[in-house]
Design a binder for this molecule. Structure first.
Ligand code: CP
Length: 305
């Protein structure tokens, strides 16, 4: 695997290998780091805001002894602001770095970058396209928290039309057996047809539901997402229709199974109330921490094999 562009690139065999390296990375972090990537350079090129993805990739590289060059707010502070194309920026940066981590506002941008790059490109989120490394850490979190992925039921809640994390996660869940997915969304941000068609092809049962409480009472994973204001542009009324409809609160916790978890790619606004944070089933901050181990594992796999 040269570039990491979409979740469908992964299969159960390389997922299992990735998870076992991620476990090693957890131990490496706790024992003070390693130098396996010394003299390697990672460029982070982010055209959209990020806290977790950029900083966990950068931390991952530092903890493995590598170097980081970065342009955050690349739309404003890179030569993109002077009109340079993404392709030209990549052709230049590939000469400076051993791996390029790219977040972009356009779906398909990571693929475009990979077409012109001899240096590995990692898609760190492309518009409302995909966020494969988030899905990898999500699946890793499910495995770590519940012990199993086959046979689980998952509620995906919130903005599923614009959410790249739920798209990538659906692709990965399609690799496992006996999965049930419940989509709980406001009408205006329903899961798109291409994902539903993929799930059908992979014999994954899915259901569209309105009653969050009823669904949360029966699933193993509640995957909440933010209604993404930035994807609505001038459509303020549409955003208002979608926002605030499905909230995880104490009332939802009360009906959830004892051995179930609440996940969220973060950042969250008000869609998970802070009263939920102290419940052991609230896994979202542990999930964000797993991002470090998975991204260390990905860097190791790409740069040392
Ligand atoms: N989950 C996620 O992609 O978070 P950031 O936007 O902070 O990177």
């Amino acid at each position: 695997m040269k570039h990491i562009i979409k979740a469908q690139q992964f299969n159960k065999r390389n997922l299992s290998k990735l998870f076992s390296i991620a476990k090693e990375m957890d131990i490496i972090v706790k024992s003070g780091g390693s130098n396996i990537l010394s003299h390697k350079v990672m460029a982070t090129l982010f055209y959209e805001p990020s806290t977790r993805t950029r900083l966990s990739f950068e931390s991952a590289m530092h903890k493995l002894g590598g170097e980081v060059i970065t342009t955050e707010s690349a739309r404003e502070f890179s030569s993109s602001a002077k009109g340079e194309t993404l392709e030209d920026s990549i052709r230049v940066i590939e000469g400076y770095a051993d791996v390029i981590v790219l977040r972009h506002y356009e779906s398909g941008a990571a693929k475009r970058a990979a077409m012109v790059s001899k240096t590995p490109i990692i898609n760190a989120g492309d518009g409302s396209g995909q966020h494969p490394t988030q899905a990898l850490l999500d699946i890793y979190t499910i495995k770590k928290e519940l012990g199993e992925i086959n046979g689980i039921s998952v509620a995906m809640v919130g903005d599923l039309a614009n959410g790249r994390t739920v798209r990538s996660l659906s692709y990965l869940l399609g690799k496992y057996e006996d999965i049930k997915i419940y989509f709980v969304t406001p009408e205006i941000v329903r899961m798109k047809q291409d994902i539903k068609a993929y799930l059908k092809r992979h014999n994954i049962q899915f259901f569209e539901e309105n009653d969050l409480k009823k669904v949360c009472a029966k699933v193993d994973v509640v995957y909440q997402t933010r209604i993404q204001r930035e994807r609505f542009g001038e459509r303020v009324e549409d955003y208002e229709k979608a926002h605030g409809k499905y909230i995880i609160s104490k009332e939802i916790l009360d009906v959830m199974k004892k051995k179930s978890i609440i996940m969220h790619p973060l950042p969250r606004l008000d869609e998970i109330k802070s009263e939920v944070d102290s419940d052991p089933r609230a896994a979202y901050f542990r999930q964000a921490q797993n991002g470090l181990y998975i991204r260390m594992a990905l860097l190791k796999m790409l740069l040392t094999s």
